[in-house]
Ligand binder design. Structure first.
Ligand code: ZN
Length: 53
């Protein structure tokens, strides 16, 4: 077999969205956790793009 189906797969971006609290300098991978932090501390949590190595 010369060719694989690999080349037909969509390119996976090595980045994902995270939520960040700039006040605490914390980042949340989970939207649920970000919302929880927002509610508890009343900080504003910003959705940012995170590059995953
Ligand atoms: Zn915070």
């Amino acid at each position: 077999m010369q060719y694989t189906y690999k080349q037909f797969l969509p390119i996976r971006r090595m980045s994902e969205m995270i939520w960040k609290c700039f006040r605490c300098n914390l980042s949340f991978k989970d939207h649920y956790l970000a919302e929880m932090h927002k509610n508890i501390s009343e900080h504003s949590v910003t959705k940012v793009k995170s590059i995953v190595a």
